[in-house]
Write a protein that binds this ligand. Structure first.
Ligand code: ATP
Ligand code: MG
Length: 567
């Protein structure tokens, strides 16, 4: 492709509204343009990278036995009402009406559409298992669209769905797709980990997220320093063992703690460690209120609270609700004497001896609090976030944290959708059974950004050869120089004839601009046709290392073929 024929709108300045490298560079190098918040156009170079990622995804999905389809983005509300998600998905689902006032959603995901499709077309166990996938635009009205392609409101996803007659068959396909995902992200050159994303069964084999390790990631991964255990921090169970202190139980006392509200206020005011404090938080769990206790140096994990009560919604109670129920402000909450609200506590609280807690009275706390003696708890459970330094849940090593970008997600759905939407088949005995399902997503456009985030330097992007929009950047320093223009045109044709993907900078621009653009765009190899053109000698420059080699035109093909193998 000649640069004079395409559109690569590079920028000299870093866009002020982009605050991470991939977003800045994709804009600056002319790969993408923003239309609205979280809505982007892919420019010619961006589109080519996207296609390369899509090609890898297709190859791996096809070889895992999945068949590609394309479903509508425009989805009838009735389907979402059948599954119930019309009412629970919330404002992230983009909703609209047609001219007849009929309601629709723009697909945020396709469980409903695929379930209705398969329910209508598959009636017998003989047609199962079946795995279908698509690569398509999704719409989600994200609360905080940001970081360019990483969190868009319109983005490209590969979503796959599998249908089974037995759990074993689901397990088998899940494993196959897990391997396909591993291949996809490995081929994209990403530094990633598959992490457990479910608290359900210990070992949580029912859902995994594929996380690219990156400081700009919005998720935190808890991983073991010695084994291959890795989980989303939200999901990692805590198996810490809290040794019981031999300290004698002192007499409970109420002390004045004027204006001391937070755990750090209290620890310095009363000169105690945060591990001696009981932190009490009032939550609204579906329709009831629950006082949740954790140690002062721990944080409540609301997902664990939600799972404990099998609830659909958990949120912190507001100031007014707290005042109404426990007659005190938030900074003075405590479990002693509480009767109108259920109290649950994290296991660590049980081991506190002579601790401190709020007295449900402004400006007062209790000291010498001993849980077994001074208050009652309906249940002790694992309710806190895992922390660095905790033992790894698999029993091997210690937990460390890393940040991750979720690029993929594999999930065993079971019969959640097939039951709600009546997707059944006849088994070998002629009995009607609900189909067992799995779903598997990849953020294709997010993957492009994750690769850009991982492969760049201060001058611009540095694409791995298999994802680069073109393999070679042929740059003629001065197109007005006859030797240079003839040689570069000849090489352009020859390289293309040899099946290289070549971007040819044939523009009448200053050399400085051409070189800066070339670094920014970041193709693996630059071939510069410049001052030694009369001798048919060009310069080959490797973007990644900055290394340069001079080569005669006749040896060029052989050299770049070799070089590309390693890039
Ligand atoms: P997140 O926690 O990042 O919001 P999610 O759990 O909502 O992700 P899924 O519903 O599992 O995501 O969607 C499948 C994949 O689609 C994700 O693994 C991610 O790679 C991608 N994805 C999800 N939301 C977005 C978005 N707003 N922009 C770009 N990609 C996204
Ligand atoms: Mg989301």
């Amino acid at each position: 492709m000649k640069q004079s024929h395409t559109l690569i709108p590079t920028l000299r300045e870093t866009p002020a509204d982009a605050d991470i490298r991939s977003h800045q560079l994709l804009l600056k190098a002319g790969y993408i343009r923003q239309n609205a918040s979280g809505v982007y156009s892919f420019m010619p170079l961006g589109k080519r990278v996207l296609q390369k990622v899509e090609a890898i995804v297709r190859e791996e999905m096809d070889s895992a036995g999945a068949a590609e389809i394309l479903m509508p983005a425009l989805q009838q509300a009735e389907l979402w009402q059948e599954s119930g998600r019309w009412y629970t998905y919330g404002p992230e689902l983009m909703r609209l009406k047609d001219r007849h006032e009929r309601e629709f959603a723009l697909g945020a995901t396709h469980e409903e559409v695929i379930t209705s499709l398969v329910r209508d077309e598959v009636k017998s166990y003989k047609r199962l298992p079946l795995t279908l996938y698509q690569i398509q635009t999704k719409f989600r009205d994200e609360k905080r669209p940001r970081f360019g392609l990483l969190r868009g409101r319109e983005f490209i996803m590969k979503d796959a769905y599998s249908f089974h007659s037995t759990q074993e068959s689901l397990d088998e396909i899940y494993q196959k797709l897990f391997e396909a995902y591993t291949n996809i992200f490995t081929r994209c050159g990403l530094d990633f980990r598959a992490v457990i994303a479910d608290s359900g069964a210990m070992g949580g084999k029912d859902t995994h997220e594929f996380m690219v390790l990156s400081d700009v990631g919005e998720d935190t991964i808890a991983y073991s320093d010695t084994s291959n255990y890795a989980a989303n921090i939200e999901m990692a169970p805590v198996i810490a063992d809290y040794p019981k202190s031999e300290e004698e139980h002192n007499e409970l006392q109420k002390v004045e703690t004027r204006n001391q509200k937070t755990i750090s206020d209290i620890t310095s005011y009363l000169q105690v460690g945060a591990d001696k404090c009981v932190k009490s938080l009032l939550f609204k769990v579906d329709e009831k209120y629950v006082l949740v206790l954790v140690r002062g140096d721990h944080e409540v994990n609301d997902i664990k609270v939600k799972n404990l009560f099998a609830a659909t919604m958990v949120e912190l109670a507001g100031l007014e609700e707290t005042q109404a129920l426990l007659s005190c402000p938030v900074g003075s909450l405590g479990p002693i004497g509480v009767q109108n609200v259920e109290v649950v506590a994290d296991h660590a609280v049980k081991a506190i001896v002579n601790g401190v807690c709020g007295a449900n009275e402004d400006h007062y706390h209790f000291v010498n609090v001993n849980p077994s003696r001074d208050f009652s708890v309906s249940q002790f459970a694992d309710l806190r976030f895992i922390q660095e330094g905790d033992p790894s849940p698999d029993g091997e090593g210690t937990i460390l944290f890393a940040k991750g970008i979720e690029v993929g997600h594999v999930f065993k759905l079971g019969t959640r959708y097939s039951e709600a939407m009546n997707a059944s088949y006849l088994d070998a005995n002629g009995r009607s059974q609900s189909m067992i399902m799995g779903c598997y997503g990849i953020g294709v456009s997010r993957t492009v950004a994750a690769v850009a985030e991982q492969f760049n330097d201060e001058k611009g992007l540095i694409w791995p050869a298999n994802l680069a929009p073109y393999h070679l950047h042929l740059v003629a320093v001065n197109m007005k120089d006859e030797n240079q223009s003839i040689l570069s045109e000849t090489l352009y044709k020859e390289l293309q004839a040899n099946r290289f993907e070549v971007l040819f900078d044939d523009r009448q621009e200053r050399p400085g601009v051409k070189f800066a653009d070339s670094e920014l765009i970041g193709l693996p190899i630059r071939i510069t046709v410049g001052k030694r053109s009369a001798e048919e000698i060009v310069e080959i420059k490797i973007r990644k290392t900055g290394e340069t080699i001079e080569a005669h035109k006749d040896e060029l093909i052989e050299i770049v073929t070799e070089l590309l193998k390693s890039l």
